[in-house]
Design a protein around this ligand. Structure first.
Ligand SMILES: Nc1ncnc2c1ncn2[C@@H]1O[C@H](COP(=O)(O)OP(=O)(O)OP(=O)(O)O)[C@@H](O)[C@H]1O
Ligand SMILES: [Mg+2]
Length: 373
């Protein structure tokens, strides 16, 4: 799978931009604030409908304009496809998303077309941060794999909000305990299925992840991945909800389910401690890269096509040995896009791989004659 071209119109700091890409590596070079990450972000929006930086659509519109339009063409299976998204934020937010010129019903329906793996400096929070960041990593990966998982997750969240509203109503004597039955049944069905999908995925992902860790860090570290409590049996799940009813009524929130699952990365050095408390800073950085490289290999295997790689500013944090190794690894992976302020220490990698260099400062920022779409 190859990204062939990208057009931005009133997106972030770009008034109008048209880029074409080679099969392999592209380095986006430029000083801080020049607009490198904005380009990767626009590509990621076309893969999932959302910014990987978590920015709402309003932020993506160029200051002073009513909306943006972004479009790309990509090649898969010898066919050229196009994806586009136009957003208007005046009065009310309006989105128009198209594949090959045909309107798609939602942002989620972009998922599974152009598939990307994003490497971002914020990824360190998957290892260092709390359970929420780790769940987000897991859910994003599984949603990228198939949108049915995302659908189940959205349904689960809606049902949980209903259950929480009922819990609060019971506390105020406006509802009865038995009013929870219907929500407990729905949550047990959806929740155990979500957790089951997570468990099955982790079983397949763990060996792929360990292979990536071995490649990046030279072979010493091994980890075990585990989900806690990770209840995938509907019957046990329903019992757990029933046991917690009184406590949940008191707090007005649901205390059991996939929204509370904890993803654990445990050291395989005999300690079984979470890497968060055991690994050195360098080991953590290697693990973060391995999580993403593992995501690439997993998606490649599962989807039968190579995702593109969007690598935002993470190479400079690596020591020379890891940097060379990483660039070499990615060169073998397929098409990759890197951002970095300069090429210091990367000259060899760039030369040996025939990468394309895009000097971001030199890109046109002003309106050209292509006109609005
Ligand atoms: N909605 C917007 N309208 C206009 N300009 C914007 C908008 N959003 C962000 N920018 C500008 O984009 C620039 C940031 O771009 P970006 O994050 O891509 O920089 P970068 O090249 O990745 O920098 P760094 O090397 O620091 O990561 C900032 O100067 C910011 O002012
Ligand atoms: Mg940046």
């Amino acid at each position: 799978m190859y990204l062939r071209s990208l057009q931005l119109h009133h997106y972030r700091n770009y008034e109008s931009l048209n880029l074409e890409f080679p099969d392999r590596l592209t380095f986006l070079i430029g000083e801080n604030g020049s607009g490198k990450t904005n380009i990767l972000e626009a590509i990621s929006v076309l893969t999932t409908g959302k910014s990987f930086r978590g920015a709402p659509d309003q932020e993506l519109v160029q200051q002073g304009f009513p909306g943006f339009h972004i479009q790309c063409s990509y090649e898969w299976n010898n066919m050229l496809h196009s994806l586009e998204m136009g957003v208007q934020v005046q009065d009310r937010l309006q989105r128009r998303i198209k594949k090959d010129g045909k309107v798609l019903p939602s942002r989620a329906s972009l998922i599974g077309n152009l598939v990307a793996v994003v490497f971002s400096p914020d990824d360190l929070s998957i290892v260092q941060g709390g359970p929420t960041e780790r769940r987000r990593f897991l859910d994003a990966l599984l949603s990228h794999r198939d949108s049915a998982y995302l659908d189940a997750l959205l349904k689960y969240n809606r049902a949980m909000r209903q259950r929480n509203a009922t819990l609060k109503a019971i506390r105020q004597n406006k509802a009865r305990l038995t009013d929870l039955d219907v929500w407990d049944r729905t949550l047990a069905e959806l929740g155990s299925s979500i957790t089951g999908q997570r468990q099955r995925f982790l079983k397949e992902y763990e060996p792929i992840l360990n292979q990536s860790i071995a490649q990046i860090s030279g072979g010493r570290d091994r980890i075990r991945v585990s989900l806690f409590p990770g209840e995938a049996l509907q019957e046990n799940y329903r019992k757990a909800l029933a046991e917690r009813r009184m406590r949940d009524v008191a707090t007005g929130s649901t205390s059991f389910g996939p929204h509370r699952d904890r993803l654990l990365f445990l050291c395989q050095d005999g300690s079984d401690r979470d890497v968060q408390f055991r690994f050195s800073q360098g080991q953590k950085r290697s693990l973060v890269l391995a999580l993403r490289v593992g995501q690439f290999y997993y998606l490649k295997q599962y989807l039968g096509r190579s995702p593109i790689l969007l690598i935002d500013d993470v190479i400079r944090e690596l020591d020379y040995h890891r940097r060379d190794y990483f660039v070499d690894l990615l060169h073998k992976c397929g098409q990759a896009f890197f951002t970095t302020p300069d090429l210091d220490g990367l000259e060899e990698a760039v030369q040996s791989t025939g990468a394309r260099i895009v000097q971001v400062q030199e890109l046109p920022r002003k309106e050209n004659h292509a006109g609005p779409h």
